[in-house]
Design a protein around this ligand. Structure first.
Ligand code: NG1
Ligand code: ZN
Length: 533
């Protein structure tokens, strides 16, 4: 008899619907109503992953981020808060697609034997969800999966994705040399608030920061954060904060809407001089924007602008601290605006590395630096500090009081950063600290460099799998001859760039172009798109 008898029984309550599932860049994501069997099975897999890690706590987040409210999704979080190891993604896909309960237990047995998992070890799984209406049913399915393998459940309720990542890391680092913090919501707010208040000490208070919370989980959470920071330090005004009314989440608002449409969200009236930002539906992305006083033009400060601002500040602080041998690198994808790359390389004199799209690729590359700054243009990103950087901040001997101050700022910056994953609340405070330190408005920040005109198009094709790329997805190796056609088009527009890649999250091919003028850029983008059909 199968050792997974109990699993088979529980599994029969969550029959697989007639749908195909894939664990991709963003976990498994589809209509929430189709996901119960998948989330139940993710509970089983998370329990095995915990045993594989010797009983360390594993995280499961139920969210579909910026996608529509009817969608939902599920992702597994590794013990230090990273995304699930790629080698296990296919296990999840196989489990989710298993047609029968017997197939589910067979796949579990295969995983156990292939991964040499000791089933007698304990398992702990921390989980949370966003505000979506399908969340409670999916949470119940997850809990059934955990119970079937007797994993200890730790329910964190409704929190942001980066908060769940933070809790998982705190739990697993508790008794180590490098504890990350208290694994509670209050612990998270206290850590960020203390670091923020330290970093703004002696700086003049700024005008309020207005937040479009996408009618999602970021709204209540940022208000709690604000109460820990205190209104003497920062005024926060939250817009689009309706989380208990259906069909509001991400509708004409949130970071993804603002980035795709290059305009303010509905429900806010951005006045000149006001400072605005948008979170996405699970608060792991952030973008800033303002309206020019003289022209009334909408100006967007995206992930590239955040990366350059953070890199600038870090470079200044490590110079002020007298730390000479820390390697600082900035990680970007091909979608980073060419002007941002040039600014980082020429102005800041820092190296830039390009990776494939998807934060897990950026995160892994950032781990190779003493301080790795990574952001996708869409506003998802963070900063990683390795043990060499941490040791330098903690134990370098300052020669002057100014060096001592810079070291303490670097320690506080690390505390303010959610190193596990991009975090809208943490990133918002990092930007606020830097702007206050420099005495800059959003407009002054925007003047660091001027974005090249850029255009992102989505082309629906018959079969996107024929599009294969190399060189951090900037060069096509298939279909034959298409890359040289793109090269010939690009050569006609001075200072331009264009590339084509299949989306990892949608059944489409993306065409990106940038050039010195909007007219050139649009012409190039549409000509390249014309070759893709
Ligand atoms: P795909 O669909 O692979 O282009 C999109 C975003 C990524 C990333 C993932 C995950 C663009 C061009 N692509 O990936 O940056 O955020 O979704 O959500 O924005
Ligand atoms: Zn998100």
């Amino acid at each position: 008899m199968s050792s997974f008898q109990k699993v088979a029984e529980a599994s029969s309550k969550f029959p697989k619907p007639d749908a195909a599932f894939t664990y991709g860049t963003a976990g498994v994501r589809t209509l929430g109503s189709l996901l119960e069997s998948t989330v139940f099975r993710v509970g089983l897999l998370a329990a095995l992953r915990s045993k594989k890690h010797g009983g360390a706590c594993i995280g499961v987040m139920i969210t579909a981020s910026h996608n529509k409210e009817e969608d939902n999704g599920v992702k597994i979080v590794e013990p230090m808060g990273e995304m699930l190891d790629q080698s296990w993604e296919s296990y999840c896909t196989d489990l989710a697609n298993a047609p029968t309960d017997a197939n589910v237990t067979q796949i579990l047995e295969t995983i156990v034997s292939k991964e040499n998992i000791d089933l007698s070890l304990p398992a702990t799984v921390a989980y949370a969800r966003d505000t979506r209406p399908s969340g409670p049913a999916l949470q119940a399915a997850l809990e059934s999966g955990l119970a079937a393998l007797e994993a200890k459940p730790l329910n964190f309720g409704i929190v942001t994705t980066p908060q769940l990542h933070y809790f998982v890391r705190c739990i697993n680092s508790k008794n180590t040399d490098n504890p990350y913090g208290e694994p509670t919501e209050d612990g998270y707010y206290k850590k960020l608030a203390a670091a923020f208040n330290k970093l703004i000490e002696g700086r003049a208070k700024t005008d309020p920061i207005h937040i479009d919370a996408a009618n999602g989980v970021g709204a209540p959470q940022v208000l709690k954060l604000s109460s820990f920071i205190g209104s003497d330090s920062l005024d926060i005004v939250v817009h689009n904060d309706t989380i208990n009314v259906e069909n509001k989440l991400n509708v004409e608002c949130g970071a993804d809407y603002v980035k795709s449409n290059q305009r303010s969200p509905s429900g806010v009236n951005v006045q000149p001089k006001q400072r605005f930002c948008s979170f996405d539906g699970d608060a792991d992305r952030i973008l800033f924007y303002y309206v020019s006083e003289s022209t009334g033009k909408f100006n967007l400060l995206d992930g590239d602008k955040i990366a350059t601002l953070a890199a600038l500040y870090i470079k200044e602080q490590i110079t002020d601290a007298g730390l000479k041998d820390l390697r600082v690198g900035v990680i970007q994808t091909a979608y980073a605006n060419g002007s941002s790359t040039e600014y980082i390389q020429k102005k800041l004199q820092l190296p830039v590395v390009f990776t494939k799209t998807g934060v897990k690729h950026l995160h892994h590359e950032a781990e190779k630096w003493d301080i790795g700054v990574y952001f996708e243009a869409n506003g998802h990103g963070t900063i990683l500090f390795n043990s060499k950087a941490r040791d330098a901040f903690n134990s370098a001997q300052p020669d002057t009081p100014a060096q001592d101050d810079a070291l303490s700022r670097l320690r506080a910056l690390r505390d303010l950063t959610n190193e596990t994953v991009g975090d809208a609340m943490s990133d918002m405070l990092i930007v606020e600290v830097i702007l206050r330190t420099k005495g800059w408005s959003l407009e002054q920040w925007n003047q660091c460099y001027t974005d090249k005109a850029n255009r992102l198009l989505k082309v629906i094709v018959k079969d996107r799998t024929i599009f294969k790329t190399t060189n951090a997805e900037q060069t096509l190796t298939s279909p034959d001859g298409l890359q040289s056609t793109i090269d010939n088009l690009v050569a006609k527009y001075p200072g331009s760039r264009s590339f084509v890649r299949p989306s990892g999250t949608e059944d489409a091919v993306r065409v990106y172009a940038e050039a010195n003028s909007t007219q050139d850029c649009d012409e190039l983008a549409y000509k390249v798109a014309g070759q893709v059909f």
